[in-house]
Design a protein around this ligand. Structure first.
Ligand code: HEC
Ligand code: HEC
Ligand code: HEC
Ligand code: HEC
Ligand code: HEC
Length: 383
C-alpha cells in the first residue's frame, strides 16, 4: 500500500467498515462469504487484467465504471477512483470489494434507474438486514428492511452492465426473469442463491433461521439444478440422428452474459468400437459482440452491437440435432452429452496476462470448464 493512500482508505473504511470488523462477531457469515466469488470481486486475476484492458481501451475514461458494482463504496468517493485502481493493480487485497457493509448499508434500491441504483446511508451506525428482532449489540444498531428479502437488492449489480454503445434490452444479463415460473411462485434471488439454513447469526447467539453467504452459483451444489439433458437416438441405416433436449431450469438467462466471455457449452460425442470417438460436435450458448470497428470482442465495455445471441432464456428448452454416419463394426455405441460453463476466452495477450497475474498460473480455475450436467446413453445397433 502506498503511504499517501492510507488516509483516503481510512476515510472510506470509516463510512464502510471493513469486513474484518464484522468477522469478530459474525464468524459464520464471514467464513461463508470469504469462500464466495463476491469476496474476490476486485482481486480475481480475470478482474485485475480486464480492468486494465478497460482502462487502456478507447472508451476507458470513467475510472469508476467497474467499481460501481465490484467495490460499490466507490460510488460515495468519486474523487478516490485512483485509489481503487492502484489497489487492484498492486494486487493488495486490503480493500474490500463486495463485502458486508457494501450490502448491509444499502437503504433503498431505485429500480427506475437503468441499471438500478443503490442508496447508501453513510455515517449511520445502523445496519440493515432481515430481522425484526435482532439481538442488541455494542457495535451497531440493527433495522429490518424488506429489501433484504427481495431481488431488488441484487438487481442493482446483476441486471445489466454498461457497454460502449447503449445496447438496451439486447444486453440485459438476466432476461425476462420476472416472468419465470420460479419468480411467479414467489422465489426471489435469495431463495436459491442465499438458501435458508439454521445457525448462529452472531457468535454465541441462539440458533435461528440464517442465510447462506457462500452465494452458490457456478461453484456449489446449486449447479445441479441448472439444467436437464435428455437424449433420443434414431438409427436409419447408415445415418444416425441424435436429438439432445437441453432444458434450462434457471429462472433467468443461462449464462448471465457478463463478463462477455461467459458461455455455457454443450459438448456432444459419439464413441464407437473400443470407446474411440467417431464423432464430436458442440453448441455454444452465449453472446457475441462487435466493437466500433466491427470486429468481434470479448469485452462488453467495447461492445456497440450484439452479433449473435444464443443464451438459454429463462426456463427455456432447446432441441439440438446431431447427424453422423452410424458407427460400423460394433454392436453398441455410446452417445455422450455434457453441459459445461466454458473457460475464459479472449485475445492471447489478455489470456497470458491472466495466467501471469494468477498465483496458480495456468491452473487458475478460470481456465477450466465447470461441468453442469452429463448424460451418457449406450445405443444398440440393430443389424
Ligand atoms: C454491489 C454489487 C452486487 C450486489 C448488490 C450483489 N452482487 Fe452478486 N456479484 C457481484 C459481483 C461483482 C460478482 C462477481 C464476483 C467475482 O466473481 O469476482 C457477484 C457474484 C455473484 C454470484 C456468483 C456468480 C457465479 O458466477 O458463480 C452470485 C450467485 C451472486 N452474486 C448472487 C447475488 C445475490 C443473490 C445478490 C442479492 C442478495 C447479489 N448477488 C447482490 C456484485 C453484486
Ligand atoms: C452493473 C454492475 C457491474 C459493472 C458496472 C461491472 N461489473 Fe463485472 N461483474 C458484475 C457481476 C454482477 C458479476 C458476476 C456475474 C456472474 O457471475 O454472472 C461480474 C463479474 C465480472 C467478472 C468475472 C468474475 C471475476 O472477478 O473474474 C469480471 C472479470 C468482471 N466482472 C469485470 C468487469 C470489468 C472490467 C468492468 C468494467 C469495465 C465491470 N466488470 C463492470 C457486475 C458489474
Ligand atoms: C460486537 C459484535 C458485533 C459486531 C462487531 C458486528 N455485529 Fe452485526 N450483529 C451482532 C449481533 C449480536 C446481532 C444480532 C444477531 C441475532 O439477533 O441473532 C447482529 C445482527 C446483525 C445483522 C442483522 C440485522 C437485522 O436487523 O436483520 C446484520 C445485517 C449485521 N449484524 C451486520 C453486521 C456487519 C455488516 C458488521 C460489520 C460492519 C457487524 N454486523 C458487526 C453483533 C455484532
Ligand atoms: C451481496 C450482498 C451481501 C453481502 C456481500 C453480505 N450480505 Fe449479509 N445478508 C444479505 C442478505 C440479502 C441477507 C438476508 C437474506 C435473507 O434473509 O434471505 C443477509 C443476511 C445477513 C445476516 C442475518 C442472517 C444471517 O445469516 O446471519 C447477517 C448477520 C449478515 N447478513 C451479515 C453479513 C456479514 C457480516 C457479511 C460480510 C462477511 C455479509 N452479511 C455480506 C446480503 C449480503
Ligand atoms: C429458482 C432458483 C433461482 C432463482 C430464483 C435465481 N437463480 Fe440465479 N441461478 C440459479 C441456477 C440453478 C443457476 C445455475 C447454476 C449455477 O451456476 O448456480 C443460477 C445461476 C446464477 C448466476 C451465475 C451463473 C452465470 O451464468 O453467471 C448468477 C450471477 C445468478 N444466478 C444470479 C441471480 C439473480 C441476481 C437472481 C434474482 C434476480 C437469481 N439468480 C435468481 C437458480 C436461481
Amino acid at each position: 500500500m502506498l503511504a499517501q493512500d492510507v488516509k483516503p482508505q481510512a476515510l472510506i473504511e470509516k463510512a464502510f467498515p471493513h469486513s474484518n470488523k464484522c468477522k469478530r462477531c459474525h464468524e459464520r457469515v464471514f467464513e461463508e462469504w470469504e469462500t464466495s466469488p463476491l469476496s474476490k470481486s476486485i482481486h480475481s486475476p480475470a478482474f485485475r487484467v480486464s480492468l486494465d484492458a478497460y482502462l487502456n481501451s478507447p472508451g476507458g475514461k470513467d475510472k469508476m465504471l467497474c467499481f460501481r458494482c465490484h467495490a460499490p463504496q466507490s460510488r460515495e468517493f468519486p474523487d478516490h477512483a485512483q485509489l481503487f485502481v492502484d489497489h487492484v493493480r498492486s494486487g493488495d487485497p486490503s480493500l474490500d470489494g463486495v463485502a458486508c457493509s457494501q450490502c448491509h448499508l444499502i437503504k433503498q434500491v431505485d429500480r427506475a434507474k437503468h441499471p438500478p441504483e443503490p442508496k447508501y446511508e453513510i455515517g449511520s451506525k445502523t445496519l440493515y438486514g432481515p430481522y425484526k428482532d435482532a439481538v442488541q449489540n455494542l457495535a451497531h444498531q440493527s433495522m429490518d428492511l424488506e429489501l433484504f428479502q427481495k431481488s431488488d437488492l441484487c438487481l442493482n449489480c446483476h441486471q445489466s452492465v454498461p457497454s460502449a454503445a447503449n445496447l438496451g434490452k439486447a444486453n440485459d444479463l438476466l432476461g425476462n426473469w420476472d416472468r419465470s415460473h420460479a419468480v411467479k411462485s414467489g422465489k426471489e434471488c435469495q431463495y436459491c442463491h442465499m438458501p435458508e439454513q439454521v445457525g448462529e447469526s452472531a457468535n454465541g447467539e441462539k440458533k435461528r433461521k440464517v442465510a447462506n453467504h457462500t452465494f452458490p452459483g457456478r461453484v456449489g451444489t446449486l449447479r445441479q439444478d441448472a439444467a436437464k439433458l435428455d437424449v433420443q437416438t434414431k438409427i436409419d441405416g447408415n445415418k444416425t440422428t441424435v436429438t439432445v433436449k437441453v432444458q434450462s431450469l434457471v429462472p433467468h438467462n443461462l449464462p448471465a452474459t457478463h463478463p462477455a466471455w461467459a458461455t455455457v457449452v454443450l459438448n456432444f460425442e459419439v464413441k464407437g468400437k473400443n470407446l474411440k470417438t467417431v464423432f464430436a460436435d458442440s453448441r455454444v450458448y452465449g453472446r457475441t459482440y462487435a466493437d466500433a470497428k466491427g470486429q468481434k470482442t470479448v469485452f462488453d465495455f467495447e461492445a456497440v452491437k450484439v452479433l449473435d445471441d444464443t443464451v438459454l432464456k429463462p426456463e427455456e428448452t432447446r432441441l439440438e440435432t446431431f447427424s453422423f454416419p452410424t458407427p460400423q463394426d460394433t454392436k453398441t455405441f455410446d452417445v455422450e452429452a455434457v453441459l459445461n460453463y466454458g473457460p475464459i476466452s479472449g485475445p492471447a495477450p489478455f489470456l497470458e496476462r491472466v495466467e501471469a497475474v494468477s498465483s496458480r498460473g495456468s491452473q487458475d480455475p478460470v481456465f477450466q470448464p465447470i461441468e453442469i450436467v452429463r448424460r451418457t446413453d449406450n445405443v444398440p445397433v440393430n443389424k
